[in-house]
Ligand binder design. Structure first.
Ligand code: OGA
Ligand code: MN
Length: 277
């Protein structure tokens, strides 16, 4: 990472392998002038934090559009309410999966490039967002692991994550989640840049071609590896913080919080630019 870009963006590293704080002003961020440098820093650091930047909804949308193509939600909205309160978001149940390590949009042909989250209402306790760097986790693996993992394929599905938060679902619920589909994804994503990252998370059901036991052991081992302290950052929110993560080189999860706490985050997304490969 060039020191020049870090200085230009007034950024400071949070952990050696993940996260930078960016101290540009709101006007600077909205001007678009720093967009390509921010994109580069994001790819290098996985997560960028803009402490208490205080974006309005409109400003968050404008900032998102400076960085790439804004990906609208299924219903066409530009911003999505991340809350477990079913009165504020009818599909809040689906978000219970966000408490477990995951990537956003593993069911899409091209997963989203990045997600941008702004804190509006905090939970009194819990409700951090944690990130791990799946590029670094790959890069730090011993060579014999790297050789074994390249070429492995993993089945991912939304219904797999259902069992994390609802271990005994009804058949109707199971079928509803199954209707979203399944995808076979590479265990190791070879990006166009030449870098590689691990593709894991609570949507990962099994590794193809090995026994159920070996598959589970491998998925658990790699999740444990990738989420070690040196690869992770836990963001404790203040109202008005905005955080962006590179969804192609990180996993994330919310730490537990009371669904009735009113915690509310607003999310925008950047359209993916690269399929899993
Ligand atoms: C998300 C997500 C985590 C959080 O919005 O995709 O996983 O802390 N959010 O709310
Ligand atoms: Mn998510």
């Amino acid at each position: 990472m060039s020191v020049a870009i870090q200085e230009k963006l007034k950024s400071t590293k949070i952990n050696p392998f993940i996260g930078s704080q960016v101290h540009l002003s709101k006007d600077d961020l909205l001007s678009g002038e720093f967009a390509s440098d921010l994109r580069e820093l994001l790819e290098q650091r996985g997560v960028l934090v803009f402490p208490k930047i205080g974006f309005t909804e409109d400003e968050q949308v404008r900032f998102t559009k400076t960085l790439g193509n804004l990906a609208p939600e299924m219903a066409g909205e530009l911003l999505y309410k991340v809350t477990l309160d079913t009165k504020a978001n009818a599909r809040a149940d689906y978000l219970k999966g966000s408490m477990y390590w995951h990537l956003d949009g593993t069911m899409n042909e091209v997963p989203i490039l990045a997600s941008i989250l702004t804190a509006k209402v905090l939970a009194p306790t819990g409700g951090n967002t944690e990130f791990c760097n799946t590029y670094s986790a790959w890069e730090q693996l011993p060579d014999e692991d790297k050789q074994r993992l390249e070429g492995l394929r993993v089945m991912h599905s939304a219904w797999t994550s259902l069992f994390y938060y609802d271990p005994e679902p009804t058949l109707a619920k199971t079928r509803e989640m199954m209707s979203i589909g399944e995808r076979i994804l590479p265990m190791v994503w070879k990006h166009r840049s030449g870098r590689k990252s691990l593709v894991l998370g609570c949507t990962a059901h099994h590794v193809e071609g090995v026994s159920a036991r070996e598959s589970t052991e491998l998925l658990v081992r790699l999740r444990e590896w990738a989420t070690q302290p040196q690869f992770t950052y836990s963001h404790k929110w203040s109202v008005g913080d905005t955080v962006i993560w590179d969804n192609t080189g990180t996993m994330h999860r919310a730490t537990p919080y009371d669904p009735a706490s009113g915690r509310l985050m607003l999310r925008t997304k950047l359209q993916g630019e690269e399929p899993f490969a």
